[in-house]
Design a protein around this ligand. Structure first.
Ligand code: SF4
Length: 712
């Protein structure tokens, strides 16, 4: 039997995800012929390419002309017109430069030139914006380092998801799959196709692909699986309609499920004997039985057949699973141990080292992202010692807990054994919130551990959660204070809003966390079990999202000015490892920043300069490299090709540009700008003008005539 395994877009542009190589290795060991394809990276080759983007740009321009001629456009048509204006301002340049941008990201020299890296990543982002504009309001975009896909006119109900798969006007992938991908799959004459959806954004593309395959080959068995569906067993049991597109869904671990499915299709059994499976039995969806894998009996991942040269990185960082489940398993917001991964199962360290060696031989890679929910210090230490003892020149990053066992000595051992980057969940700088979460962590220990890692040469990424139920504004500020106090030892962070997942302890014991009500979604809602809720104490949701989050982002931007813009444009979690391996640690960035931004000493990512006093004395003028285009009567869109950045100014704010003549200082420009707006709140206008000026300077839309010279 021939099996084709597919990883649909959106995906990770710098490394293959681990699900297909794990399944491929297992099925090949059992004697099956397996073809694995990462469509997430094939999209980059096929759709984000010069010829294709030029075609898209022509379609976007035609649509824009139509919208311009509308006498009374609706609100939606106005929004669309604005999105198209933004896309066309850079369309020619981006279409022309896209291959150069991809090449730069694969170049071992240009990748490490931060300005070049940022330019290339931005061009990729603009190419995705152009493609998205053609299918407006759908968005195929970067999101926290990965690509993301949303079709906002469709909800998460099964009926909407299925309708989205047939929408030629808004579905970015429909025609591409129909004309390019499906024929290339069918030519292989498979008997079983497995589609693995890890991220929620992959659900519509997965169903689109399945529908098309099913229409072309009704006899073909199509099985869906992956983490995006793993927590949705109960919802899927209520959704027989979803089985019009697919034949079965694996909702837990996949190795033995896929093997049993293949054997069942060969006639050895029926679907009821396949573990971890949902299938349609008459008009009812049935779940078979639960099977938990022995992680030590699984083979090393097999990346054979994946187009490794397509990925946008100078060296592939291999995702390598080292355990399933979490040894701690107690955090109140988390569903890892209760929902998806069942019991904690570590893979023996000697097997992990063998995996690394075999992948190094197979792919030539020295960089590994140990794929785990949290690996213990003892296991990291054992791994580092084994790598050192064998004299292997491997580098790795992983996800771990802030454990007291990460002493200076242990951190030194880890660094000597190749550890370069640890991603750890601090979540909060408030002891009360940490206790409510059951993190098992003291704030003062977190600070010590972070410093120990930093001193040993291991960069630290901290994950923060804002808005845990019952958290107060004052407690949220304690988190910001922690980051500010420990900023020297932190390289990057993730600042996420709390999400309530079914299966978490917060969901099971809502009263304990001050939750008074939870709004359950409709029965056929496939949204990953995120529920909205109300609380009786702490911040309400509106305060969290509307006030505390913007305040936090501004504060964190000031604390980590060099780390945030870098991390913000990373296209994948694998990239920091390359940077930290090459440059050892954050001081590179600080050094680089200080040297490189000498002419703009406040060039931080915050919209607020850290050195306002200095900014006020600069004499800005429009950079003649800038391409600009009048968006419409309300918006002026600017494009800076040197940096690959677009900026839209409202008509009123664009008046500020005409004041930037190279003769007046920022102070004079801003004063004139606010004076011209008599009747408007003077203080507000002044600060708005200052904010705009500094943002335009940071992104080099404005250049500075007098550099750092102070006004006499
Ligand atoms: S948040 Fe991390 S440490 Fe806590 S239970 Fe989940 S996986 Fe484990």
């Amino acid at each position: 039997m021939k099996i084709i395994l597919l990883f649909p877009p959106p995906g990770n542009l710098s490394q293959p995800y681990t699900s297909l190589p794990a399944l491929t290795a297992f099925m090949r060991r059992e004697g099956y012929e397996v073809v694995q394809r990462d469509l997430g990276i094939e999209v980059v080759k096929d759709l984000l390419a010069t010829k294709q983007l030029r075609r898209v740009a022509a379609r976007v321009l035609t649509r824009l002309e139509t919208l311009k001629n509308l006498e009374e456009p609706t609100r939606l048509e106005e929004d669309e017109r604005e999105a198209l204006h933004r896309a066309v301002v850079s369309a020619d340049y981006v279409s022309h430069q896209i291959e150069e941008a991809k090449r730069a990201l694969r170049s071992p020299v240009e990748f490490f030139d931060f300005d070049r890296f940022r330019w290339a990543a931005n061009i990729l982002g603009l190419a995705m914006d152009l493609l998205s504009a053609r299918f407006w309001p759908s968005r195929f975009s970067f999101n926290h380092g990965f690509t993301n896909y949303v079709m906002p006119h469709y909800a998460w109900s099964a009926s909407d998801l299925l309708a989205a798969t047939k929408d030629e006007r808004q579905n970015v992938f429909l025609n591409y799959f129909a004309n390019i991908i499906v024929p290339s799959i069918l030519v292989e004459t498979p008997e079983l196709v497995g589609i693995s959806a890890t991220y929620p954004g992959q659900i519509i593309p997965s169903l689109t692909l399945a529908q098309l395959l099913k229409a072309a080959r009704p006899d073909l068995h199509i099985c869906l699986g992956g983490a995006a569906l793993a927590g949705m067993r109960e919802e899927l049991l209520r959704c027989p309609s979803i089985f019009t597109a697919i034949d079965s869904i694996v909702v837990c671990e996949g190795e033995h499920a896929l093997l049993s499915l293949a054997r069942a299709l060969e006639g050895e059994d029926d679907l009821s004997a396949v573990p971890n499976l949902l299938y349609l039995d008459g008009d009812r969806v049935r779940f078979t039985s639960l099977y938990i894998e022995d992680i030590n009996a699984l083979p090393s991942p097999d990346y054979g057949g994946l187009p490794l040269d397509f990925y946008l990185t100078p060296e592939i960082t291999v995702l390598l699973p080292t355990e399933r489940g979490c040894y701690w398993g107690r955090c109140a917001f988390c569903t890892i141990s209760t929902g998806m991964r069942h019991s904690y199962r570590p893979r023996k360290i000697e097997l992990v080292v063998e995996d690394m060696k075999s992948l190094n031989q197979q792919l030539g890679t020295r960089c590994f992202f140990l794929s785990t929910d949290a690996i213990s210090p003892a296991r990291m230490k054992a791994l580092a010692r084994a790598i050192s003892d064998e004299g292997l020149n491997f580098h790795w990053q992983t996800e771990a807990r802030l454990e007291k066992a990460l002493t200076p000595e242990t951190c030194k051992t880890l660094a000597q054994g190749g550890c370069r980057h640890l991603r750890m969940g601090l979540e909060s700088g408030s002891q009360q919130v940490l206790d409510a979460m059951d993190k098992g962590l003291r704030v003062e220990d977190a600070a010590r551990i972070t410093r120990h890692c930093h001193k040993a040469g291991i960069s630290v990424h901290l994950c923060l959660i804002l808005g845990f139920p019952s958290e107060t504004r004052a407690q949220a500020r304690e988190t910001l204070a922690f980051i500010e106090a420990n900023r020297e030892a932190i390289s990057s962070l993730t600042y996420a809003l709390f999400a309530l997942y079914k299966g978490s302890r917060v969901y099971d014991e809502p009263q304990r966390y001050g939750i008074t009500s939870m709004q359950l979604p409709p029965d056929d809602w496939l949204n990953g079990n995120i529920y909205s809720y109300e609380v009786s104490r702490g911040m309400a949701w509106d305060e969290v999202a509307g006030e505390a989050y913007p305040e936090g982002v501004q504060s964190l931007s000031r604390s980590l000015p060099f780390a945030l813009p870098l991390i913000g444009c990373f296209m994948a979690a694998a990239h920091p490892l390359h940077f930290f391996t090459q440059w050892a640690y954050l001081p590179y960035l600080v050094h680089y920043g200080v040297n490189h931004y000498r002419e703009l000493p406040f060039a931080v990512c915050s919209p607020w300069p850290s050195n306002v006093e200095q900014a006020l004395h600069l004499k800005p003028v429009l950079n003649e490299e800038i391409l600009s285009r009048n968006g419409n009567n309300h918006v002026l869109t600017l494009f800076n090709p040197q940096r690959g950045v677009i900026f839209s100014l409202e008509q009123e704010a664009s008046a500020l540009l005409s004041l930037c003549n190279g003769q007046s200082t920022v102070r004079q420009v801003v004063e004139q700008f606010s004076a011209d707006r008599r009747g408007v709140d003077l203080v507000k206008t002044y600060f708005r003008g200052l904010q705009l000026c500094t943002k335009l300077l940071q992104e080099r839309f404005l250049k500075v005539i007098n550099g750092e010279d102070k006004e006499q």
